[in-house]
Design a protein around this ligand. Structure first.
Ligand code: GLU
Length: 475
């Protein structure tokens, strides 16, 4: 599936360098920011099915200009050092761009999780955690993993528990990973966070007519035709929110076994149910099936939303892509070569480091919750409600006393007098992050004649921030 040329890490490096050439960074600093600090490779054995099975795992630390460093752990047979380093670099830039106070890291384990049962996966995960912990590559203050492809809440709960057993006196042990289940110290809204962030990013884009004009788009998200590649955690949540809350049409979903198309819009929940029960999109009654899924990336649409692996849009298929806007829900779905081709063709790309930053943003909220040992909103919620009630009661009293006889609608009163719970606060924080960040990228995009795309703009914002940290450290 990957493009047959430059590696993923080369692609990320090229994009970085393209942006850095518009900045006057002091000699050596550009190189210091770009290179990956260290990558640890571990091979460990676990006795399973009557013999010792050997697994290869990685944890790469791209930049420690802020600590802890942050980034997911991927379980896939395709995991390799180049990929982990590229993904760690993207984490550095992503965190800097959305002002999440972390450096960048990424991990991976070469494993097909479907080949092992739950007990086996638990033993493998606990053993991997032990290896990482021995080198401080999992730690609330130094390195905080999270879910990525092939991992989720379950794996994070195992890792948190394994870490706690190794460090029973660490009161912050829970903060050693994010993306945990609620019962194990997780936060509301983390599972949906990356998909929710994609929705907020698109909503924000559609609030800016000058940005829309560059993509040749008008109107609102309602009725826009979207092709989604990959209906995993990120693609599913983005597709369901955009179709049910913004009235966009998900016209095609591309999955492992092919593509399913319905010009009137697919029912995403029904499709997800079908995938869960049959293992693919083939045979779904609500659309037309095509075996050659990747060809569907080239179908005409308004928005293309790749939400699976890296390098799916490359030099070979980029000239045939027929959308106006690409939103990179996955990390690195467009190679540097394809990026250049699409830019020349006037396709606007909302880059990964912004578009999929919802996950790490809500991870940050979870980490803060764990360190503060209290859920968001617990202290303020009822106080906020009481103050809202004071105003409502006073308004009603005034209106009766003065004979105006206003009546406040029940809908207004209920909404106004309901204090924010944890999920409300998480969504509010995420929405704010996506809006503020878009503004920063757009300023560079629109004001600098050299900058013709959002990716270069996003790198410039991120690099500037990292450079400032290094400068303040005297480097
Ligand atoms: N794996 C996700 C990403 O690529 C989340 C990382 C995190 O929450 O630390 O952004």
């Amino acid at each position: 599936m990957a493009a047959p040329h430059a590696s993923f890490r080369d692609s990320v490096d090229r994009m970085f360098t393209q942006a850095a050439r518009f900045m006057d960074l002091p000699g050596g600093l550009e190189e210091k920011i770009r290179v990956c600090n260290s990558t640890y490779t571990v091979r460990f054995g676990v006795r399973l099915r009557g013999q010792i099975q050997t697994f290869t795992g990685y944890r790469s630390v791209h930049s420690e200009h802020m600590e802890p460093v942050k980034g997911g752990i991927r379980y896939s047979l395709d995991v390799n050092q180049d990929e982990v380093e590229a993904l760690a670099a993207l984490m550095t830039y992503k965190c800097a761009l959305v002002e999440v106070p972390f450096g960048g890291s990424k991990g991976g384990l070469c494993i097909d999780p479907r080949q092992w049962d739950e007990d086996e996966l638990e033993r493998i995960t606990r053993r991997f955690t032990y290896e990482l912990s021995r080198r401080s590559l999992i730690s609330p203050s130094q390195n905080v993993p999270a879910p990525d492809m092939g991992t989720g809440e379950r794996e994070m709960a195992w890792m948190a528990d394994a870490y706690k057993r190794l460090h029973p006196d660490d009161i912050n042990a829970k903060a050693c990973v994010t993306g945990k289940p609620l019962a194990a110290g997780g936060i509301q809204g983390r599972v949906e966070a990356t998909g929710r962030g994609v929705q907020y990013a698109l909503r924000e884009f559609f609030r800016h007519p000058d940005a829309m004009q560059r993509a040749g788009l008008t109107g609102t998200l309602a009725g826009k035709r979207i092709i989604v590649q990959g209906l995993g955690n990120v693609g599913y949540h983005a597709a369901v929110f955009l179709s049910t809350q913004d009235d966009a049409l998900i016209t095609t979903v591309i999955e492992r076994d092919g593509a399913i198309t319905n010009p009137a819009g697919l029912n995403i929940d029904a499709l997800r149910g079908h995938i869960q029960s049959t293992g693919g999109v083939r045979g779904f009654a609500g659309g037309e099936f095509r075996e050659n899924g990747m060809a569907a990336l080239e179908d005409e649409c308004d928005i293309l939303l790749p939400a699976a692996v890296e390098s799916v849009i490359h030099a070979e298929n980029a000239p045939r892509i027929r959308c106006k806007l690409i939103i990179e829900a996955a990390n690195g779905p467009v190679t540097a070569d394809a990026d250049q081709i699409l830019r020349d063709r006037g396709v606007v790309i909302i880059p990964d480091m912004y578009a999929n930053a919802g996950g790490v943003t809500v991870s940050y909220f979870e980490w803060v919750k764990n360190l503060s040992q209290i859920s968001l909103g617990r202290l303020e919620r009822r106080h906020e409600e009481a103050r809202a009630r004071l105003i409502v009661d006073e308004l009603e009293r005034l209106s009766a006393d003065t004979g105006l006889n206003w009546t406040l609608s029940k809908g207004f009163k209920d909404a106004y007098m309901t204090g924010a719970n944890e999920l409300d606060l998480v969504r509010s924080g995420l929405d704010d992050t996506m809006r503020v960040t878009f503004g920063k990228m757009k300023d560079v995009w629109m004001s600098n004649p050299n900058v013709t795309d959002l990716r270069t703009a996003s790198y410039m914002v991120a690099i500037r921030r990292i450079a400032n940290v290094y400068r303040s450290l005297g480097l």
